[in-house]
Structure formats: structure tokens, C-alpha cells
Design a protein around this ligand. Structure first.
Ligand code: AVI
Length: 324
């Protein structure tokens, strides 16, 4: 029956909505305003991100896919047998789907903050692989990674954490270390982390990837203001801001900004306004780029050891396999 087809769906979402709003508002009231990049991903934002991944200028998705397809069997050969495959930020599970034959996991756990979407994507995997146990966990896993109880249900199946797409670059290095340490804490001696990280490369290539000629990234960046308007009942006018992306050499990261085109005032919430001068900006995202050695060192500082590493012919993107 249909009920039997429904995979298990759990939730570890913890932060009350009110606290989330308060954090968002506080960020907007800082001397340099900030919006957490998780607010990019409403339905429209997810569509635009899918479009970004197909842009000529946006090399990370395509380059990582190439590294995976060229090395899949080798990578799978380094993973433990019968693992629990944990896809962090699984989205539509399309990346995980490509690993199922090579890895043959005992269980797939898809973790994502978008609950409804997760349910249908995990249900798709379950339908296509009726023998495979599929679990969806609705979680803001970047804030609270809490999968100990779930993993302990299958003590003989070590976890393989799969964190592709260079999403680790969206954390500042210290937060990246805290997050990776939490993954480490979920790995017994056989657990593994398979992670993609974007590497340092010429500035022009980096900046074009975050400011494409057709304006898709600009639309993605500006859309965050529509999300904030809904979350806070604010009245941002996206047309009064301009998309900006530049590589910051000192911090080795792309910084995405929304720059006010003219002086104006925005209602952020009831009784709360903020003025923007012309040229004043909101930071919406950092995307950190690493050298291979720097990324290895980040893994080491998080209690993990990089056992293997793969890249593309240009050395633009890195896939790292790490163990405790
Ligand atoms: C999700 N994340 C890895 C993307 C990145 O490249 O940092 C988000 C993105 N922002 C603009 N383009 C893509």
C-alpha cells in the first residue's frame, strides 16, 4: 500500500521560529548588515540555484561531477562495507542516487532543512530501491547535527557522511571547524567523510562564477530580500539594491553583497526601521576557497585525517576522503 512506501521522516529542528526571526533582525541591524545565506533557499531561490549550477561560469558543480564520475569506483573502494550513507543537504537526492550502485549502502539518510521537499525526494529513492532503508531527517544540520541515536540503531553499519558541492565554503573557517568536528564526533573508527571543496584559482574565474553574464546569480542574491520580507514582514525593495560579488584576497573568499543604489529607509519589522546610504551594503554570503593543504589542515584541526584526495585536470576543485 502507499503507506508502506512512505519512508521514515524525522525532525531535529530545534530553534523556535521566533528566535530565528530575532537572529535575522539582529543581523540586519549590525553596522554592516548581514543576512544568513540559508535564507536564499525558498522555492524560487532553489530554482535559481539549480540554474546557477548549469551556468557556463559556475564551474564547481560540473567539476565536482566530473571528479566523481571519473573516480567513483576507486572512491567507493575506499569506503567501509554496508555503510549508512548520510547525505547532508540532500536536496532532490540526485547526487546520492549516482552513488547507490557503487557504494551499495545498508541505509540512506537524507538530511535537509526543507521538510516537504525532503519527503518527496527520499520517497523517490525508496521507490526506486525497494530493498534499501531510506530515512529523511528534517534538520538545520549546520546548526545542530544530532544523529547519534539514529546511527546507533545500526551499530554494525559505519556512517559515510557525504557533503558535496563545496557547501563547507559557506562557513567561516572557525565555524567550518566546529561543524566538521561534529561530523567527527559521529564517526566511530570506521566512519568516513566524503567532502567537496572549491579550490583557489585565478580571481577572474572566481568572480565570473559569482557574477555571471546572464544575471542569474544577481537574481538569486536579490531574491533573498523577498524571503526576508516574508519572514519579518519587512518592506525591502529589491530594485533599490545591486548584486555585487568580489574575491577578498585576505580572507580568501568570495563575498556576495547587496549594495544600496540610493539612500532609503526599510521597515524591517513592526516598529523597526533601518536606513541605507547609497553604496552601503548587506553581506549575504561568504564562499571560502582553499588550497589543498589548507583544506587538509582544516580537516586535521577538526580531528579528521585526509586519507585520499582527487581533483580535476585544472586543479579547480577538490574531493577529500577523511577518517577519524
Ligand atoms: C551552496 N554554495 C556552495 C554555493 C557557493 O558557491 O558558495 C552558493 C552560491 N552562491 C552563489 N552562487 C552559488
Amino acid at each position: 500500500s502507499f503507506a508502506l512506501d512512505l519512508p521514515r521522516l524525522e525532525s531535529t529542528l530545534r530553534l523556535p521560529v521566533q528566535d530565528e526571526r530575532q537572529q535575522l533582525l539582529q543581523g540586519l541591524l549590525q553596522p554592516t548588515a548581514r543576512i544568513d545565506s540559508k535564507y536564499f533557499y525558498d522555492e524560487r531561490g532553489c530554482e535559481l540555484f539549480t540554474d546557477i549550477c548549469r551556468l557556463d561560469e559556475y564551474y564547481p558543480t560540473r567539476t565536482e561531477a566530473l571528479i566523481f564520475s571519473e573516480n567513483r569506483e576507486t572512491i567507493a573502494g575506499h569506503l567501509p562495507d554496508d555503510p549508512q550513507w548520510i547525505d547532508l543537504g540532500c536536496g532532490d537526492c540526485s547526487k546520492t542516487q549516482q552513488w547507490l550502485n557503487a557504494v551499495d549502502p545498508a541505509r540512506v539518510v537524507g538530511v535537509d532543512i526543507a521538510g516537504e521537499f525532503l519527503h518527496s525526494s527520499i520517497a523517490d529513492v525508496a521507490r526506486q530501491h525497494p530493498q534499501l532503508e531510506c530515512v529523511g531527517v528534517v534538520s538545520d544540520f549546520t546548526q545542530h547535527l544530532e544523529l547519534h541515536d539514529l546511527l546507533a540503531e545500526r551499530p554494525d553499519n559505519p556512517p559515510v557522511f557525504f557533503y558535496p558541492g563545496s557547501s563547507i565554503g559557506n562557513f567561516e573557517p572557525r565555524a567550518a571547524m566546529r561543524f566538521l568536528s561534529r561530523i567527527r564526533a559521529h564517526c566511530n573508527s570506521h566512519g568516513r567523510l566524503l567532502i567537496g571543496a572549491d579550490l583557489i584559482k585565478p580571481r577572474a574565474v572566481l568572480e565570473a562564477a559569482y557574477d555571471d553574464a546572464s544575471g542569474v546569480t544577481a537574481a538569486f542574491n536579490l531574491n533573498i530580500l523577498n524571503v526576508v520580507n516574508r519572514e519579518l514582514d519587512a518592506d525591502f525593495q529589491p530594485e533599490l539594491f545591486e548584486h555585487h560579488a568580489c574575491f577578498d584576497d585576505q580572507h580568501r573568499r568570495i563575498e556576495m553583497r547587496l549594495v544600496a543604489r540610493e539612500p532609503h529607509s526599510v521597515r524591517l519589522a513592526r516598529h523597526t526601521r533601518r536606513n541605507f546610504e547609497a553604496g552601503e551594503h548587506i553581506v549575504t554570503e561568504y564562499s571560502h576557497k582553499y588550497s589543498v593543504d589548507e583544506f587538509r589542515a582544516l580537516l586535521t584541526a577538526s580531528g579528521l585525517h585526509c586519507s585520499h584526495y582527487w581533483t580535476d585536470p585544472k586543479g579547480w576543485f577538490g574531493v577529500f576522503l577523511a577518517e577519524p
